[in-house]
Write a protein that binds this ligand. Sequence first.
Ligand code: ASP
Length: 348
Amino acid sequence: MNKGHFPSVLLIYTGGTIGMIKNPNTGALEAFNFDQLLENVPELKRFNCHISSYQFNPPIDSSDMKPSLWAELVKIITDNYNKFDGFVILHGTDTMAYTASALSFMLENLSKPVILTGSQLPIGMLRTDGKENLITAIEIASAKHPDGTAVVPEVCIFFENQLLRGNRTTKINAENFNAFRSYNYPVLATAGIHIKYNYNYIRKTDPSKSLIPHYAYDTNVIILTLFPGIQENLISNVLRTPHLRAVVLKTYGSGNAPRMPWLIQALKKATERGVIIVNISQCATGMVEMERYETGLQLIEAGVISGYDSTIEAILTKLMYMLGHGKSVHDIHHLMNISLAGEITKDS
Ligand code: ASP
């Protein structure tokens, strides 16, 4: 078949369950060589699309994902940006939402699709969800409007029929095929007989702007979850940690914390030292509104800022990205109020 005018997609295999196959001799699951991809997924040959692949060496379980590998992904995409119409990243499900969130900030002015997908069962198994996920992800990554612009010019996760904005997504199920949810932002597309795009919710980008890749990040950040009975010495020690730059504070409900003077004092002392403390709710759905109750208001007085309706993955990677770029505390406070890549429900 002549594929001269067909779109092209770069398939980047980082590792995870999707790329595993049962060794017929040992019965163990092993990462398979991507050169054999076409043999294992012959459906790909029928695609009206050029598919090239790039494989992490060695492939990793996504529990081992780290910011230097996010930078490697940014480099691969940047080096190949003009050669391909879209990118599909095969990734373990465990930390896929962190990678998708990080890439959404690190690929500034992205105007091509970067679709992450994976599977709960290896692609070599009969009941695999991997084939379906892979094939539809490629179709989405290569979809264009009649004017030649990408239908989905943003970083997304495609899983079990749903296309979700990457920095709005969280893994919620370790068992079912339906493993991801975007609680605070609508689904971008649903794959049934046809792929139905929700055009109104897909990011509008300006393809005339050049991609600006970012590689820097600062990992001096921590997540603290409040719970009844939380102890002063533990919290105070964490907040006094040398080099600590930012804390994601997981509070109750709409952003509330217990009225314990030691806690508010410890938070205040930290913010006065220049530590950025961002309030995010332990509830999966909804928005932080610290002004609603007295238990939230005291946090504003301690210098804590709102994380709005952000996912934990998005807020953490946004902080790492901004701190890594040497932004001042003042600038970070300002940028946390702005949607950089569609990660919060707020006008940019
Ligand atoms: N532990 C695996 C990983 O995240 C699970 C998966 O691939 O879904 O790499």
